[in-house]
Design a protein around this ligand. Structure first.
Ligand code: ASP
Ligand code: MG
Length: 404
């Protein structure tokens, strides 16, 4: 007998047919003698709809009320799924995040899980119940309902798995695992059997949307075996796991892309200590995340700095940079929204040489210009024109023979 946490995403619970199908899957696993905790998302599109609705009522909804509203999406799913299980003759009980003992920080709409009190879930499991928990939500010490970052149900599932010491956490989604590249844009992607936590984190931060990053961090920290599988078929999924030596044999694990990128360039700023601090301090204060930064070699005591932010933050970042630019005597500030990032990820980059050259060569062959480059130990990213991104991903995928 194993203790299993399963998580079903929005497309898996989007209507009554899908909910009944999910219930059948759960029962199949339960009938093998396992104890089951199931975490669910709101039906696909519902969180977006609720946000839209809130903005029809007021421009800046109070964050506390926003969380009160958003938590209802998941609440609907847990009740319906518990009903579906009961209708098929199985005893199930649903819990909201707070009822399941999920304690979070106080940052509404972006709360972080602090602790899980496993008692209530454990008691119900011992009674033989299937426990259904609302993902994406928890409560603060003073009982205010909070939600996690968007896509946070994955994190709820892994945190609960860690909290109740489950044997495994299975994330069911609409793709049957993690692929070498986005199957929607590459002709012959391959599903990965395993991927290391660090590779998965780099893939997630560079555009692969299969798993929420915090979920992977939890899995790594608490050593929870984590699988990504499809709720639409029985294919074996991808195991996200501890790095083992043989993983380095493969040059790169995958290619990712991110179109949600924008570039800001500030020309003619003083080439002296404190300049970068002045610019990025203001941006940090506005809680805008900066991804890549490039500074050109100074000439005539002036330098040019380019950096990228997400498209959604561009307007605000641009305003800030224009302000600081005036103070710094900059000659010009430019923004480019038509950029995208392509990245290669893999622990094999540590032990294979010439990896960067191969990536650059495949872009050169396609006549694609590289605007910015950044590297980490296991990732290499390039900023290119947004219109070139599909060709770039395919070319790099071919260069590294990722279909084989
Ligand atoms: N329903 C939430 C969202 O759409 C959380 C999730 O689905 O993971 O972001
Ligand atoms: Mg998701």
């Amino acid at each position: 007998m194993a203790l299993i946490v399963q998580k079903y995403g929005g497309t898996s619970v989007k209507d009554s047919e899908r909910i009944k199908a999910v219930a059948q899957r759960i029962i199949k696993t339960k009938e093998k003698g396992n104890q089951m905790v199931v975490v669910v998302s709101a039906p696909a599109g519902m969180t977006d709809d609720l946000i839209r609705l809130a903005h029809e009522i007021c421009d800046t909804p109070p964050a506390r009320e926003m969380d009160m509203l958003l938590a209802t999406g998941e609440q609907r799913s847990i009740a319906l799924l518990a009903m579906a299980l009961c209708a098929q003759g199985h005893s199930a009980i649903s819990f909201t995040g707070p009822q399941a003992g999920i304690l979070t920080t106080k940052t509404h709409t972006k709360a972080r899980i602090l602790n899980i009190d496993p008692d209530r879930i454990k008691t119900e499991l011992e009674k033989g119940n299937i426990v259904i928990v609302a993902g994406f939500q928890g409560a603060t010490e003073d009982d205010a309902i909070t939600t996690l970052d968007r896509g946070g149900s994955d994190t709820s599932a892994v945190a609960i798995a860690a909290g109740i010491k489950a044997d495994v956490c299975e994330i069911y989604t609409d793709v049957d695992g993690v692929y070498t590249a986005d199957p929607r844009i590459v002709k012959n992607p391959k599903k990965l059997d395993t991927i290391s936590h660090d590779e998965m984190l780099e893939m997630a931060s560079s555009g692969a949307k299969v798993l929420h990053s915090r979920a992977v961090e939890f899995a790594k920290k608490y050593d929870v075996p984590l699988y990504v599988l499809s709720s639409f078929n029985e294919n074996p999924g991808t195991l996200v796991t501890k790095e083992v030596e043989s993983m380095e044999d493969v040059v790169i694990r995958g290619v990712t892309h991110d179109k949600n990128q924008a570039k800001i360039t500030i020309f003619g700023v003083p080439d002296k200590p404190g300049t970068a601090f002045k610019i990025f301090n203001k941006i940090g204060e506005a809680e805008i995340n900066v991804d890549m930064i490039v500074q050109s070699i100074g000439k005539d005591d002036k330098a040019t700095i380019s950096f990228t932010v997400s498209k959604t933050d561009l307007r605000q970042a641009l305003e800030i940079v224009k302000e600081v630019g005036k103070e710094l005597g900059s000659s010009e500030v430019l923004a480019d929204e038509k950029v995208a990032k392509v990245s290669i990820v893999g622990v094999g980059m540590r032990s294979h040489s010439g990896v960067a050259a191969r990536m650059f060569q495949s872009l050169a062959r396609e006549n694609i210009n590289i605007q910015m480059i950044s590297t980490s130990e296991i990732k290499l990213s390039c900023i290119i024109d947004e219109n070139d991104v599909e060709r770039a991903v395919q070319a790099i995928h071919d260069e590294f023979n990722l279909s084989e």
